[in-house]
Design a protein around this ligand. Structure first.
Ligand code: DQA
Length: 146
């Protein structure tokens, strides 16, 4: 049997983890997170494809690719969370196709600046996990595997 495929996608500025506002996002780099995600994916029997981009169009293309491949998606949309209707519409393609999309955040945006309290993604996501640092990624994988 082939392992279920999960795209783990990361939006803008997450390539700067480690040095970016470590008091909020912690000291782990994106590479550290990718390693932890790969290990957790192995343990759970998932095939994980981990990517990051600063480009909205590229992110949307990857979400389309996930739909075409029947993959579930774990998405940290970063700042796109708060205003990108284009990313939201792409996410809706995932969930209306019958696959799952979990919105995740390292921090808990609800406890931060007002503009972060709005997620335009949440309404089309299967669920949201926020505030657990890199564990938000692991919890999302476990939710998909379970
Ligand atoms: C974030 C929260 C967003 O508000 C922010 O723009 C990010 C990271 C998080 O993981 O906590 O870039 O998605």
């Amino acid at each position: 049997m082939t392992a279920p495929l999960v795209y783990v996608l990361n939006g803008p500025n997450l390539n700067r983890l480690g040095s970016r506002e470590p008091d909020i996002y912690g000291s782990q780099t994106l590479e550290n997170v990718a390693d932890l995600v790969a290990r957790e994916g192995d343990l759970l029997g998932l095939e994980v494809d981990f990517r990051q981009t600063n480009d909205e169009a590229e992110l949307i293309g990857w979400i389309h690719e996930a739909v075409d491949r029947g993959a579930d998606v774990v998405l940290n949309p970063a700042a796109f969370t708060h205003y990108s209707y284009a990313v939201r519409d792409a996410c809706a393609l995932v969930t209306t196709s019958g696959a799952k999309l979990i919105e995740i955040h390292l921090s808990n945006p609800a406890t931060r600046e007002e503009f972060r309290h709005t997620s335009v993604i949440a309404g089309v996501a299967t669920g949201t996990i926020a505030g657990f640092g890199s564990n938000s990624y692991m919890l999302a994988l476990r939710a998909l595997a379970g």
